[in-house]
Design a protein around this ligand. Structure first.
Ligand code: BES
Ligand code: MN
Ligand code: ZN
Length: 503
């Protein structure tokens, strides 16, 4: 089983016997402290042969080098002498992780000519190692042999690799890393929730996972059907009624800010499985719908991150948890439900269920907390993938300042968002003959229509909707993620809060 690397920071020192020794080099070569390490010469000799010029993310490896007790020497390119941004350091951490393989001890030396590698850079690198090391393999009972095949032997837990990062200011690195770990743990929690199959993780089980955040000082309330019924949440409950598994609304509160400050709020779609209901999906790819709670997972991961790093902000997280299943009780196309807002909805397609769940969750959030703003996250439409592919989430907002802040946070974390339009021409496409609105529009602009629907439940509160259908699940593998679930949204929103709403 994969186990999490343990990470320490230290001043420059000789690595332990049998270590994998990783030296960062930029286009000026190695720094003086790196050069002073005994095996540096052996490694440098390989640079021209390997055509290594310090180019970003380039790797050179020398195996079992003569004259040292080290197992492997690795140089990794840190790019130009002019330096790297935060995200590049994160990616570099992910990149060097590929060179660890079966190592139990790794020493990384961060000493670059002309570049100032401070605590925050070292911390980002360490965070990249943790993100890249994640694998969802808890259900693999057979051990992997060298060829990536699983043989018949029972998996033994792999010894966690010990990584020591040698840098000029280990104290500063350690301090910066403590905050990073809070965020990374939030990302990994979100990935775990999304990867978990729906037979194991239904609404009730998800709510139990949310409850665990109380250990970090988060206040958690879980509403059950009876309470939601009393509140009039007919839209959310209509989705849930075809499943025997029950619905939950989980409310998380982190009060790290001033008592009088109104909170900021995050709301997540938590459809633990989406069959489509009576408007049933086709078989091919339906298994991906275990990840239809990616928005709720991101909100839960974010609350973990904020509480674990004791963010100085008042934050509310709300997740609407249902299974969209189909049995004799399931809602039918043409059914009309009344939402908590009092607005009626004609459900013309039971597969457009996420917006129904969010309609009540957003209304509840606004009504109870009067937040400064609300950001909701949802794997809401296939249409957003048609529009943006898998590298940007769709951003819809009624507020330019909030939209701009999200865009900047997206650039900084490389969890990027692209703003899409809203407007009355689109809004009228969901007017219904038989009720206040219908839950689908016409053939075109499906992601926008879904956003227009949500906007009918937010009044004038500054609001943004992130359609993460393309970015949260089926993630293309990257330097910092090899798993199907990316945990998209946690780093983005942590950054939004950090840069704009603390202190
Ligand atoms: N959960 C899906 C959207 C989705 C699709 C997320 C693929 C991730 C990957 C959502 O509930 C849905 O079914 N949307 C429909 C809406 C349509 C019926 C208007 C869609 O996108 O096809
Ligand atoms: Mn659906
Ligand atoms: Zn869905």
């Amino acid at each position: 089983m994969t186990s999490r690397p343990s990470i320490a920071f230290a001043k420059f020192a000789a690595p332990k016997k049998g270590s994998v020794f990783v030296l960062a080099a930029n286009d000026g070569g190695l720094g003086d402290a790196a050069k002073a390490c005994d095996p540096a010469k052996t490694l440098e000799r390989a640079f021209p042969v390997a055509d290594f010029s310090g180019k970003f993310a380039g790797l050179v490896e020398v195996l079992a080098p003569e004259g040292t007790s080290l197992d492997r020497l690795v140089a990794v390119g840190a790019g130009k002498v002019s330096g790297l941004d935060d995200h590049a350091w994160l990616k570099l951490g992910g990149t060097i992780t590929t060179s660890f393989r079966k190592a139990t001890e790794v020493a990384v030396v961060l000493d670059l000519p002309g570049a100032d590698v401070g605590g925050s850079q070292a911390a980002q690198l360490a965070a990249g190692i943790l993100l890249r090391s994640y694998a969802f393999d808890k259900y693999k009972t057979k051990k992997e042999n060298g060829d990536g095949q699983r043989d018949g032997n029972k998996a033994e837990p792999k010894k966690p690799v010990k990584v020591t990062i040698h840098t000029t200011d280990p104290g500063a690195a350690k301090k910066a890393f403590a905050d990073e770990v809070a965020v990374i743990d939030g990302v990994l929690l979100a990935r775990d929730l999304v990867n978990e199959p729906a037979n194991i993780l239904g609404p009730v089980e998800f709510a139990a996972r949310v409850n665990e955040l109380e250990a970090l000082g988060v206040t958690v309330e879980i509403l059950v059907e009876k309470e939601m019924k009393k509140l009039g949440m007919g839209a959310l409950l209509g989705v849930a009624q075809g499943s025997p598994r029950g619905a939950r609304l989980a409310i998380m509160r982190w009060n790290g800010g001033k008592a009088k400050d109104s909170p900021i709020a995050f709301v997540g779609k938590g459809v633990t499985f989406d069959t489509g209901g009576n408007s049933i999906k086709t078989a091919s790819g339906m298994e991906d719908m275990k990840g239809d709670m990616g928005g709720a997972a991101a909100v839960t991961g974010l609350m973990h991150a904020l509480a674990a790093r004791k963010a100085k902000a008042n934050v509310v997280g709300i997740v609407g948890l249902v299974e969209n299943a189909v049995d004799g009780h399931a809602q039918r196309p043409g059914d009309i439900v009344t939402s908590m807002s009092g607005q009626t909805i004609e459900v013309l397609n039971t597969d457009a269920e996420g917006r129904l769940v969010l309609a009540d969750a957003l209304w509840y959030c606004n009504d109870r907390f009067q937040p400064k703003f609300m950001v909701n996250l949802a794997t809401l439409t296939g249409a957003i993938m048609v529009a943006l592919g898998q590298h940007y989430a769709g951003l819809f907002s009624n507020n330019d300042e909030l939209a701009n802040r999200l865009t900047s946070a997206g650039q900084a974390t490389q969890e990027r968002v692209w703003r899409m339009p809203l407007g009355t021409e689109y809004d009228k496409l969901i007017d219904s003959k038989n009720a206040d609105m219908k839950n689908i529009g016409g053939r075109y602009g499906g992601a926008i229509i879904a956003a227009q629907f949500l906007q009918r439940f937010v009044k004038d509160t500054p609001w943004a909707h992130l359609d993460i259908a393309g970015t949260a699940i089926g993630a293309p593998s990257s330097e910092i993620n090899q798993s199907w679930a990316s945990g998209f949204g946690v780093r983005l929103l942590d950054r939004l809060v950090r840069d704009n709403y603390e202190g």
